[in-house]
Design a protein around this ligand. Structure first.
Ligand SMILES: Nc1ncnc2c1ncn2[C@@H]1O[C@H](COP(=O)(O)OP(=O)(O)OP(=O)(O)O)[C@@H](O)[C@H]1O
Ligand SMILES: [Mg+2]
Length: 362
């Protein structure tokens, strides 16, 4: 949501080698439209959804071509593109369950000439799963260490945990709840800019206990896995409803402080409540740059070593993008990408649809 992440990865060896990665900014007007659609989906017309799908597909193609140019690669040197797409709606609890990602992969394959794998979530949902989280299989492949039980914590808009106990087969994972989504939404509404740099503003505020209690009082946090959630539930509107229930409105900075605490507590308590014991928590995603959030996590998890994934083989900014390159490789190799114990699917399935690139002459 904050930009388009693209990673060029060599997956020919035992471990993924990141060749180059970059985040391209959204055109401003397009960013406003996707944010609006993701937070108030019921106000989006079918026409707007169709246009966004096409426009996002073009943007993703440009991001891929630009990364290749920066890295000095041409399309013949690239085996495939894995494109997650922009999530506009994730509704695993609806009847029927569904998850909607936009960014027409036909356009990516056509503009780049490269075979593109996209639409990773819906096969898992068709097999009875939540379609999320999908990164645990990659976390397991990259970060499992039989000598050190670990959790991988991705703090994106929503935060998700992968638990990697000593037994390789026993991997689990789930969404803990909001990651940066509420922190960003409140910052954006009350200050200038997109996010609270290093969490400094949150740190300047006082914790407001009545607000914290109201935020924690949501059934999602006591629901056992499999579970996943999205921006349509945890959004500014949800926060504002809870603020209205308070007898006294806290200051803007106190609200930011309390949101940081809420985010850290829901992560820590879901790890303690639903996960096997782990020694390390390796953090990735943009939230790894929020020093105050990291500090709160470390103090709420005194038994664990909390650090970023950087020392363990992959910079925290690129774990997710590399995961979808890896999932594309799984799909093309005819291998499953989901973990049924994580998503709740009734079997392992191959994730993604394949959009062939340009047929090459021999
Ligand atoms: N220097 C920083 N200080 C504080 N927060 C930061 C910093 N850098 C990034 N972030 C946070 O990380 C967010 C981006 O994280 P990330 O790219 O992992 O998530 P996303 O793309 O919004 O979501 P998702 O991965 O769920 O689609 C920013 O919106 C911001 O909240
Ligand atoms: Mg991002």
């Amino acid at each position: 949501m904050d930009g388009i992440d693209a990673a060029l990865v060599d997956l020919s060896g035992d471990r993924p080698e990141l060749i180059r990665a970059q985040t391209s900014a959204w055109p401003e007007a397009l960013h406003a439209r996707i944010l609006k659609t993701a937070t108030t989906p019921d106000q989006t017309s079918l026409q707007e959804a169709g246009r966004l799908d096409a426009e996002l597909g073009e943007q993703f193609a440009v991001a891929a071509l630009d990364l290749m140019a920066q890295a000095g690669f041409n399309s013949h040197q690239i085996t495939a593109i894995g494109s997650h797409g922009q999530t506009l709606l994730h509704a695993p609890g609806d009847q029927p369950a569904f998850s909607l990602q936009l960014g027409d992969a036909n356009r990516i394959a056509e503009r780049t000439g490269i075979t593109t794998v996209a639409d990773f979530r819906r096969r898992d949902i068709a097999a009875g799963g939540q379609g999320a989280p999908l990164v645990p299989a990659f976390h397991q492949a990259l970060f499992h260490d039989p000598a050190t039980p670990r959790a991988i914590l991705n703090i994106g808009g929503i935060a998700n945990l992968t638990l990697l106990p000593a037994d390789r087969q026993a991997v689990t994972g789930f969404d803990t709840g909001p990651g940066n989504v509420l922190l960003d939404a409140w910052y954006c509404k009350t200050r200038h800019g997109d996010y609270d740099e290093r969490g400094a503003w949150a740190q300047s505020g006082e914790l407001n206990r009545p607000l914290l209690t109201r935020l924690l009082d949501h059934p999602y946090f006591s629901q056992p896995p499999p579970r996943s959630t999205g921006r349509e539930l945890f959004c500014l509107h949800w926060l504002e409803e809870r603020l209205q229930q308070l007898p006294h409105t806290p200051s803007d900075a106190d609200i930011q402080r309390t949101l940081a605490e809420f985010t850290a507590q829901t992560i820590a308590s879901s790890l303690q409540r639903f996960g096997p014991p782990v020694q390390q928590v390796l953090v990735c995603g943009g939230g790894a740059h929020n020093d105050f959030l990291m500090q709160r996590l470390a103090s709420l998890l005194p038994e664990q070593q909390v650090e970023t994934t950087e020392r363990y083989g992959l910079h925290p900014d690129w774990v997710e993008a590399v995961a979808f390159a890896w999932l594309a490789k799984q799909a093309l190799a005819g291998k499953a990408g989901n973990i049924p114990a994580v998503t709740g699917a009734n079997r392992p399935v191959i994730l993604g649809s394949i959009y062939p690139g340009r047929i090459r002459k021999r």
